[in-house]
Design a protein. Structure first.
Length: 477
């Protein structure tokens, strides 16, 4: 058996898997979201660590530790934590990937260094990534300044912090490192020019390890041997091992990744290039596009008391067309390919005849169209025709959404039986790390629960939606 720790944006889960990577048990704990100011998002690292201990120990209450072969960690990626290596003190709250406090600084950097940073890291300069968060801490937090002067400052993404708490090792894997805006995707190492630009000492950053590698024994006596960012974990867990394979995780946001093979390629249309995983000599890269708001859109609509549940939204979307209404889910700005932190959400085309059902349908279409926009760009930039879309995440339970997605993209959409693909990827890597399986064995363990194969359509609706996107841009400036 294996344990996967899935440390997400709103909750932490530990999942027990059997030898065939089937889910046996899930333990989950939510934790607080901290909003000190408009646009700022933080987490308490001690609270995160407490939830990890709690869920792992809940899993271990039913099984013997010696029955667990290994543990894998998958995590929210760009979120950054600072601690003191000597005292063990947390120096500031974790600054979350959603946080926009460095939007102005990112805009300045993009004008001067945007091309340089993109060529080195595959990332568009945006407050989403870790480097400006570290820079902000060093400039604004006294405890971080003091630790830097002493040489005891340590920075890490959440996987790095958890590995340090579990094993005492300050490490991260290449998939997480590639999300910091300090990592050179060609050299596969921290980039000295970028470290100097952001004034981040190399010694404060973690050692780079493979995604499948024994880091050390955890406090529970289980080897930690798999580490991967959540979206890359889902790419691996969906067994997207061939160039051109695409997975879409629909959770709070939607994250679309395409396997682009063993050499990094740069997009001409605003996609990111990221490390998918590294296993010994095998390095796989991916294109990535993000839709920041997906499940969060459904939650927001419910919070307005417009709808009672996700099920009601799905039912009304099934029963209605959009009635000429288009919704742009830019509640926290727009990600790829627009990269506009000042865009804001928009509902346009309403008349006196507009109904709740029209808005429900427009919401579902907006999610599908946001994804289609990115899939189209991936095909263009990779020069690969996508054959199918492998989906996971809570929002992918919506059949109407997957039908609209299949119809608008012209692709088969596959939903797996095991929806825990992120944690599955982490434990599969951990199993490789301890030598229990080979990557080539894993194809035997995937089961597709349902396929959607609709006739192509929605061309006119998609073009109208793109017009609405243009109107949502640069609004909050």
């Amino acid at each position: 058996m294996y344990i996967g720790v899935d440390q997400g944006t709103t909750s932490t889960r530990a999942i027990l898997f059997d030898d065939s990577f089937r889910v046996l048990k899930i333990a989950r704990r939510k934790f607080r979201q901290i909003y000190p100011r408009e646009g700022w998002v933080e987490h308490d690292p001690w609270e995160i660590w407490g939830t990890v201990v709690s869920v792992v120990e809940e899993i271990l209450s039913d099984v013997k530790t010696e029955e667990i072969y290994s543990m894998g960690i998958t995590n929210q990626r760009e979120t950054i934590i600072a601690w003191d290596s000597e005292s063990g003190e947390i120096l500031y709250n974790a600054i979350v990937w959603q946080c926009r406090r460095t939007a102005k600084r990112s805009e300045e950097l993009r004008k001067i260094y945007g091309d340089l940073i993109y060529e080195k890291t595959g990332l568009v300069v945006d407050p989403y990534f870790s480097a400006t968060k570290m820079e902000w801490m060093m400039e604004n937090v006294d405890s971080v300044k003091r630790a830097r002067e002493k040489g005891t400052l340590r920075f890490g993404t959440v996987d790095s912090f958890l590995a340090w708490k579990m094993t005492g090792k300050h490490v991260t894997d290449h998939s997480n490192a590639s999300r910091t805006m300090l990592y050179n995707i060609e050299k596969m190492d921290w980039d000295d020019e970028l470290l100097e630009l952001f004034k981040v000492p190399r010694w404060s950053l973690p050692e780079l390890v493979d995604s499948a590698e024994i880091v050390g024994d955890t406090r529970w006596g289980i080897p930690l041997s798999g580490m991967i960012g959540d979206q890359q974990g889902a790419l691996f867990g969906q067994l997207a091992f061939n160039e051109g394979d695409v997975k879409i995780t629909m959770g709070t946001g939607s994250f679309i990744l395409m396997n682009i093979g063993k050499a990094p390629k740069l997009s001409k249309n605003g996609l990111l290039t990221t490390v998918g995983w590294k296993i010994k000599d095998e390095v796989i890269y991916a294109f990535e596009g993000s839709v920041f708001v997906t499940g969060a859109l459904i939650d927001w609509l419910i919070s307005l008391d417009m709808f009672g549940s996700p099920q009601e939204i799905n039912r009304l979307a099934e029963e209605n067309d959009n009635g000429g209404v288009y919704l742009v889910p830019a509640l926290t700005g727009l990600g790829a390919p627009h990269w506009d932190p000042y865009a804001r959400g928009l509902i346009i085309g309403m008349t006196r005849k507009t109904s709740k059902g029209n808005i429900a349908r427009a919401a579902i279409e907006s999610i599908a169209f946001s994804i289609k926009e990115l899939v189209d760009i991936m095909e263009k930039d990779s020069k690969k025709k996508v054959k199918s879309l492998m989906v996971d995440g809570g929002v992918s339970k919506s059949d109407i959404l997957l039908r609209v997605l299949s119809s608008s993209t012209g692709n088969v959409v596959e939903r797996p039986q095991n929806m825990e693909t992120t944690a599955t990827g982490a434990v599969m890597l951990s199993a490789i790390g301890v030598g229990k399986v080979k990557k080539s064995d894993l194809k035997n363990y995937k089961v597709v629960e349902k396929k959607f194969n609709e006739d192509k359509g929605f061309e006119e609706e998609f073009e109208r939606w793109k017009e609405a996107v243009k109107r949502s841009k640069n609004w909050s400036r």
